[in-house]
Ligand binder design. Structure first.
Ligand code: 1HN
Length: 343
């Protein structure tokens, strides 16, 4: 490939004249903007180990009362994107949120889409547009763009969950905003959407066509996902055991931006994931093992850890146990890549 002219080759006076008029020459940056065949990726491979994060999160519980935080969160920031930009991948924000017994995170709604994956604790619930959703370990709970949500904790110990939002994307689109609201009345029965939509292939006949394109199912319990993967393993002695979380009415991804999935590793399994364009987040729900990207350093992980990996890479996951399966919930940017035609 032909090498192109650099900035330094241009007379300083010419460069200054360009700057004065808010102009930039393209050719010195052309190759950086369009690298040969593989994009440049800022997403670093890393593991936010829960056992390291947890003490600092609990300390936040002592240092900062709920009234001073609104959401008491430590953000899992990928240094490749700049820590203060709070990005795990180009479009995915991750944070570990702590609520102590008796605390409430006040009602609000905003333009970014959010999912919570429960990491530790019981007795909390989140109310989404009037529907209280129970929070149990490994559950995935949706708050799609624009839906009211508030969190309550009536259990004994702390509750911690992983927030996954498309905030970096929506923020850069200059579309991120929120409004606060009064506490919601419980206008719908507890886990009603779960009752209506949790049997695969069966949806409620409500007598009219739902207009909303959001998933009508708000809580995807871990017990169901785990049972599905375990049953798939009975049928497939080999091959990647992976499911996608979808809108039960349309079969499409939960959000237009982020796609969610789950992976099971059989006891002792080493799984080579098919190479994909999108960066990916792995949250370990059960087990322990390693994650290796492009034959680099193998990172060890255990249950409750959260890891990131860049796109266009070869990812190898191992399960260290010879007797127990391991499970991940994943988040990636596949829906966006599909929509943009770059997947
Ligand atoms: C948010 O609304 C929550 O509702 C958590 O629990 C994390 C991070 C950025 C912006 C909004 C929540 C958030 C957030």
């Amino acid at each position: 490939m032909q090498s192109l002219g650099t900035l330094e080759e241009l007379p300083q006076e010419y460069r200054d004249n360009l700057t004065d008029l808010n102009l930039v020459p393209l050719w010195p940056s052309m190759r950086a903007l369009l690298p040969y065949k593989v994009p440049s990726r800022n997403t670093q491979t890393l593991n936010w180990r829960y056992e390291s994060v947890r003490p600092l999160l609990m300390e936040a519980g002592e240092l900062t009362p709920m009234e001073k935080a609104e959401r008491r969160v430590l953000v899992l920031a990928n240094p490749g994107h700049g820590l203060t930009n709070m990005q795990a991948t180009p479009s995915i924000y991750l944070g570990l949120q702590l609520i102590l017994p008796g605390e409430t995170a006040p009602n609000h709604r905003h333009t970014p889409n959010a999912v919570r994956i429960i990491v530790e604790g019981e007795g909390a619930y989140t109310t989404v547009d009037g529907e209280p959703c129970r929070m149990e370990r490994g559950d995935l709970i949706l708050t799609p763009s624009g839906k009211w949500h508030e969190h309550h904790h009536e259990g004994e110990g702390p509750i911690v969950w992983l927030d996954v939002l498309d905030l970096p994307l929506i923020y850069r689109l200059e579309g991120s905003w929120a409004i606060e609201g009064e506490p919601q009345p419980n206008s719908r029965a507890r886990d009603r959407s779960f009752a209506e939509y949790s049997a695969a292939g069966v949806v409620p006949n409500i007598g009219f066509k739902r207009e909303s394109t959001d998933s009508p199912l708000l809580r995807y319990p871990w017990s169901r996902t785990r049972a599905c993967l375990t049953e798939m393993a009975e049928h497939y002695a080999e091959g990647l055991l992976r499911i996608s979380y979808v809108n039960p009415e349309t079969g499409t991804s939960l959000f237009p931006s982020i796609g969610f999935g789950a992976i099971m590793l059989r006891p002792g399994e080493t799984a080579l994931l098919p190479r994909r364009t999108t960066a990916c987040v792995f949250h370990a729900v059960e087990g322990a093992g390693t994650l290796q990207v492009d034959a680099g350093e193998a990172l060890s992980w255990q249950a409750r850890d959260t890891l990131s990996a860049p796109g266009y890479s070869e990812i190898v996951l191992t399960n260290a146990s010879d007797s127990e399966p391991a499970f991940f919930i994943t988040a990636d940017e596949e829906p966006l890549h599909q929509y943009l035609g770059i997947f």
